[in-house]
Design a protein around this ligand. Structure first.
Ligand SMILES: C[S+](C)CC[C@H](N)C(=O)O
Ligand SMILES: N[C@@H](CCS)C(=O)O
Ligand SMILES: [Zn+2]
Length: 337
């Protein structure tokens, strides 16, 4: 087995060994902030790649200790234009992107080595998913939750935005790519193969990416992508790509998840991945989380089994969830698998 099939087998194996449902980590930026990192910045969590890489590794280790089977890298808002605007050269920006994968791989390997030395352990090595935040994340105006990219954003522009970062992250050697908070069909479209759609010869195909991806959407109404486009439309495009192993929802309120899993089950045969936020709402202008209908760790524990029973095979948390949330999810999924 080679290339993409080998990568998919690695993911299937992880899920199987985890008892049918593997655990994704939780809010990465949230935990950085809990440790005192100041990330109110256009680079958001990626600022720590410059300022405090040791903290990034520490947070990855905390999520592994909490039971995460998949680590998502610190590259959500790490982009070459973002680094260039801070005075870095292209080469330096590319090194920062690579560093995001390196830090997660080092944490994963350190944790795995320690576990392997424990007699009688049945620990399975975690996978590293390189985060690729949406164009809206880079814009840093909250548009990953609205899908409003304005009239001048074409498929070509989005492909140009994603292409080099995708190449660099793949070269750094993660196990998976995690496209996060995709808010509209146009952006999903560039990530998968749909030869007959507009000018779109899709990026994963063009770049002949040999590791599997997941594509996760945000949602603000619990039924559609934030742009208002239906998930039926979005998934019909993604379903045609063999490069995409899993689809799902991230950073949406947790009370939307159950019905969205049921909807996705009807629309795709791909692995379903869900990692909602706490239910708080991001105010992209004020740059802060507003309280709303929230889940605490007990709710996550209660709902994780329901989400698994509905068909999700990768479950974790996104913004405003912490290692304690992941510990609760991991404990409940392990105890009755
Ligand atoms: C997942 S959101 C909370 C990340 C931050 C956002 N892109 C911003 O920069 O405002
Ligand atoms: N994985 C991202 C958040 C996506 S909304 C991070 O915490 O950096
Ligand atoms: Zn999030």
């Amino acid at each position: 087995m080679v290339g993409i099939e080998k990568g998919k087998a690695l993911l299937d194996d992880l899920i199987e060994k985890a008892g049918g449902c593997a655990v994704v980590d939780g809010g990465f930026a949230t935990q950085l902030e809990w440790h005192g990192a100041s990330i109110n910045d256009p680079l958001w969590s990626a600022l720590c790649l410059i300022k405090d890489p040791d903290l990034i590794k520490r947070v990855h280790l905390e999520y592994l200790e909490a039971g995460a089977n998949v680590l998502i890298t610190s590259s959500y808002q790490a982009t070459l234009p973002g680094f260039l605007s801070r005075g870095f050269s292209i080469e330096e920006g590319e090194l920062l992107l690579k560093k995001s994968v390196k830090l997660a791989v080092e944490a994963r390997d350190k944790f795995w080595d320690a576990k392997r030395r424990t007699p009688g352990n049945s620990y399975n090595r975690a996978l590293v998913a390189a985060s690729i935040g949406s164009y809206g994340a880079y814009l840093a105006d909250g548009s990953e939750y609205s899908g409003c990219y304005g009239p001048h954003v074409s498929i070509e522009k989005l492909k140009d935005f994603h292409r080099r970062r995708l190449q660099v992250l793949v070269e750094a050697g993660p196990d998976l790519l995690a496209f996060e908070t995709i808010p509209n069909k146009l952006e999903a479209q560039i990530l998968s193969l749909e030869i007959n759609l507009q000018a779109c010869v899709e990026l994963l195909e063009e770049e002949n990416v040999q590791i599997p991806s997941w594509i996760c959407f945000s949602s603000v109404d619990g039924e559609n992508a934030p742009s208002g486009e239906s998930f039926k439309e979005c998934l019909s495009i993604i379903n045609k790509s063999n490069k995409v192993a899993a689809v799902g929802i991230n950073c949406a309120p947790p009370h939307f998840i159950q019905s969205l899993i049921q909807k996705f089950k009807e629309l795709t045969g791909k692995i379903i991945v869900v990692y909602p936020n706490s239910g708080e709402i991001w105010d992209g202008i004020a740059k802060r989380w507003l309280p709303s209908k929230c889940f605490d760790d007990n709710n996550f524990e209660l709902f994780a089994t329901k989400w698994r029973d509905s068909g999700a095979k990768l479950i974790g948390g996104c913004c405003r969830t912490t290692p304690s949330t992941i510990r609760a999810i991991s404990r409940v999924l392990r105890s009755d698998s």
